[in-house]
Design a protein around this ligand. Sequence first.
Ligand code: DHB
Ligand code: FE
Length: 284
Amino acid sequence: MARISASVYTSHVPAIGAALDLGKSGEPYWQPVFKGYEPSKEWMRTHTPDVVFLVYNDHATAFSLDLIPTFAIGCAAEFQPADEGWGPRPVPVVKGHPELAAHIAQSVIQDDFDLTIVNKMDVDHGLTVPLSLMFGQPAAWPCPIIPFAVNVVQFPPPSGRRCFALGQAIRKAVAAFDQPLNVQIWGTGGMSHQLQGPRAGLINRDFDRDFLDRLIADPEGLSHQPHIDYVREAGSEGIELVMWLIARGAMAGNSGKDAPRVVHRFYHVPASNTAVGHLILENT
Ligand code: DHB
Ligand code: FE
């Protein structure tokens, strides 16, 4: 049977991808950001999973206002990097895991979550920047990746409650897959940031620290936080953080003695317009 061994949470700031791709990661501005991911890459070298289930949001790359799926699961054999802004990153093609993805779609849809099944999709910085942060710059990504896109761009996004419960359904689906796969689930986006309007540049360190604390120790309680609190406290793009609740819902323990172990925690401001947050949790 397959199992979820760990979850990874990280911001996906596109300028981080550009810094890596343009050889600027050693510059004083970027050094502290990449330093925070050194322990993660070290951990990953000995904990490379068989598959990553990667929860992220598309930024009008694969989807537009023409079509807005709340939850979209990538079932294709491969996904091409594409992007806004700097354009497609020069990173390896993303290989999927159609068999596991189709199994998860089947299980989760039968558990009453409406997923959009996607058989052709490009993937943007929301997915490729976390891969670079965790795996570095290899010639090929070390394992298959199942892209899972969540709408947090166009109102209304899904609630934290729904995301947390969806994570639990994904956990159940993975546990019922008939191959001995070690699966990691990643939640990306956040932390506080706002890219537009009079509050552009908003960062809220207190909110972010509290979010990390509660994500670790009280994710169920955190999942009740309403959408408007994210927007008010963490900025219009801070709502990306609801995706972390999907990954957290897929972990074994919520609190107490079966709570997951904190492998690494990191927080840094500034990086582009965003507060960079990062966490690795391991099931015990
Ligand atoms: C920035 C952050 C994001 O999450 C994003 O999708 C685009 C830009 C930024 O910090 O500039
Ligand atoms: Fe984003």
